[in-house]
Design a protein around this ligand. Structure first.
Ligand code: C2E
Ligand code: MG
Ligand code: MG
Length: 590
């Protein structure tokens, strides 16, 4: 079709250059035909090129142009109207606009002497970038590039930047963008809710079943969350086991409460992941715009604070943000900052509470209980600062201090006196726990049999295998292991079978409820019998009255601890207590 003799401009013809190969020979170079040059260049371009005159009639185009738009050779002839080409393109799906309007817009640009840039996305997913430049005399030259691949890659990158790879939910960035957008609408009236969600005990799933199962659980949770929402709402994964939801069109706070209940209902249904049955629960914090804030940061922070409140209240709950939460969070931050300095500033002290044998009414030993003398506010209860020490990891150095101090202070007590020390689950994560215990004993030359380590069921719920290994190593040192606060966790009896404990300490809530009915009594009695059968000591915690004491003795408990006998006392009063053996309550009971 290419014709050397055809000068496209002079003849007004159409030049098409099907796959033109360079046909330049050295001897021809000097006399190289301008048309051949044009033919070679245009025929090898990866872009489509077309040129129209002032009447919108085709002057020339290359083969690539014909191919891109699916045109036919019969149609694309010199002098053919752009309107006809576009109509044909519409029919074959290679042009998605309105031909007349498009031509009009080209004419306007040409008249204004402006270059026109267009991107056309076609229904079939393809996309063309079209650049039209005006020519002298009213015509124009257009280049056409197929940008489908580039556009898809750009879209993928943009998607990845705004979505979480595991669940394909929007990530924090997209959540913020949507929240900003929705808040602008709320600025004109109405309200929205931000829900901050966190799976309860997700870490246990990861630690015990492994990360692939944890990931599998997160994916199903993401699906269930999606299904709880309307199209206008957004659920995002913020990372780990944290999610956030923007609920739009909230008429009253109860709407957000109803959604939270729906979500819990869905999330607490059992999961089957790779053959593992898993149950999960979720805690939710809610903030409402505009009353709790009008910018994304503020609303998310307040919802997070409400979530913290939900967790503190026992998990598996939803809580609305309340301004007092802000104040409480400040108190907590303050406490945390002071706690970081407490060890170096010698603000800790150990108090000791006696344990009494219920058969002969003699003191068998003492439990070391940590006290924090905080200069700002006086004594702080361990119940208030141990959880913070655990969250921050400070419990590791503090726990080591407790061990060493308890061994040192009790070293001069009579040999038969045991010393009990509480261990936090977090201390089991430190690889050197066994070495620390060993060196605390060796430093003061203490017989390992005198040391009792109290652990709670929660230790066994986490990372069971390595925990059991550590427990066995501790037992090999000769140290005794006690199960503390028994009955407050889950499936307690199975934990008793997982390790040969030396002692069970029955939680004080059971002792407290003894008078309230038959059930607590039956439980205490069953635990005492079980302990006796397994040759374990059964210690009743929190004994405050003579009646409790009598009942506990009658069901076969072997040891007690409680205010009825003595509160925890400072170290310097212990020798006097042992000396005096003032077993006030016990004597009257005996
Ligand atoms: P726990 O190990 O169960 O300790 C017994 C708690 O019950 C102590 O509270 C004790 O003062 C209290 N108690 C004893 N007798 C009675 C009674 O008759 N009535 C009532 N109502 N309470 C009684 P405390 O000292 O406030 O300790 C609370 C918890 O803090 C401990 O519970 C233990 O879990 C933790 N803790 C204390 N010291 C340490 C420590 O050094 N390390 C770790 N990891 N945890 C500690
Ligand atoms: Mg204890
Ligand atoms: Mg206890």
């Amino acid at each position: 079709m290419a014709n050397k003799n055809l000068d496209p401009v002079r003849a007004g013809g159409v030049v098409q250059f099907p796959n033109a190969k360079p046909r330049v020979r050295k001897k021809d170079l000097a006399v190289l035909d301008q048309t051949l040059l044009l033919e070679t260049v245009l025929g090898n371009l990866s872009q489509g090129v077309s040129m129209f005159d002032a009447d919108s009639l085709l002057v020339f185009c290359n083969q690539r142009y014909v191919d891109m738009y699916g045109l036919s050779a019969g149609l694309v002839k010199p002098g053919c109207a752009l309107a006809d080409i576009l109509k044909h393109s519409v029919a074959v799906g290679s042009f998605a606009g309105n031909p007349d309007e498009y031509i009009e817009s080209i004419r306007d640009a040409v008249a204004a002497g402006k270059t026109k840039d267009d991107t056309f996305e076609l229904g079939n997913g393809r996309a063309f970038a079209v650049v039209t430049k005006p020519l002298e005399g009213g015509g124009w030259l257009t280049t056409h590039e197929d940008i489908t691949k580039r556009l898809r890659a750009d879209e993928r990158i943009a998607h990845m930047a705004r979505h979480d790879a595991l669940t394909n939910l929007p990530n924090r960035m997209l959540l913020r963008e949507r929240l900003e957008y929705e808040l602008r609408r709320v600025g004109r009236g109405g309200s929205l809710a931000v829900l901050y969600l966190d799976l309860d005990h997700f870490k246990t799933v990861n630690d015990t079943l492994g990360h692939p199962i944890g990931d599998g659980l997160l994916k199903v949770v993401a699906d269930r969350l999606r299904h709880c929402l309307r199209d206008a709402d957004t659920v995002a994964r913020l990372g780990g086991d944290e999610f956030a939801i923007i609920m739009t069109g909230v008429e009253q706070p109860t709407d957000a409460a109803a959604l939270s209940r729906r979500i819990r209902e869905s999330i607490t249904k059992p999961y089957e992941i790779d053959g593992h049955q898993i149950v999960a629960d979720i805690s939710i914090g809610i903030s409402i715009a505009p009353s709790d804030g009008t910018d994304p940061d503020h609303l998310l922070k307040n919802a997070d604070m409400a979530l913290y409140g939900a967790k503190a209240d026992g998990r598996g709950l939803y809580r609305f943000f309340e301004p007092e939460m802000d104040a409480r969070a400040k108190v907590r931050r303050d406490l945390e900052m002071d706690l970081r300095k407490a060890l170096a500033s010698n603000e800790f002290e150990l108090f000791y509470q006696p344990l009494v044998n219920l058969q002969n009414n003699e003191i068998t030993g003492f439990e070391a209980l940590l006290r924090w003398n905080r200069p700002k506010s006086g004594m702080v209860s361990p119940a208030d600062f141990i959880p913070i020490a655990e969250e921050t990891g400070l419990i590791i150095p503090i726990g080591e201090w407790v061990l060493r101090t308890a061994c040192r202070q009790s070293a001069d007590w009579p040999d038969e006196m045991s010393i009990a020390v509480n261990l936090s689950p977090v201390q089991f994560k430190a690889k050197n726990l066994v070495d620390v215990v060993k060196s605390a004993l060796e430093d003061v030359n203490m017989a390992p049999q005198r040391l009792q380590l109290e652990i709670t069921e929660s230790i066994l719920m986490k990372n069971t295998f390595s925990t059991l290994q550590t427990l066995h190593k501790l037992r090999e040192l000769g140290v005794k292991i006690a199960m503390d606060d028994f009955g407050t966790g889950y499936s307690s009896l199975s934990y008793l079978r997982s390790f040969p404990f030396d002692k069970i300490k029955i939680d004080r809530s059971f002792v407290n409820d003894l008078a309230k009915g038959v059930e607590p009594l039956a439980i205490v009695s069953a635990v005492a019998t079980l302990a006796n059968n397994l040759s374990m000591t059964s210690t009743a915690e929190g004994v405050e009255t003579q009646e409790q004491l009598t009942t506990l003795q009658s069901v076969g408990c072997t040891e007690m601890q409680g205010y009825f006998f003595s509160r925890a006392l400072p170290a310097n009063e212990i020798c006097a207590l042992i000396e005096a053996k003032k077993i006030k309550g016990i004597e009257s009971a005996a």
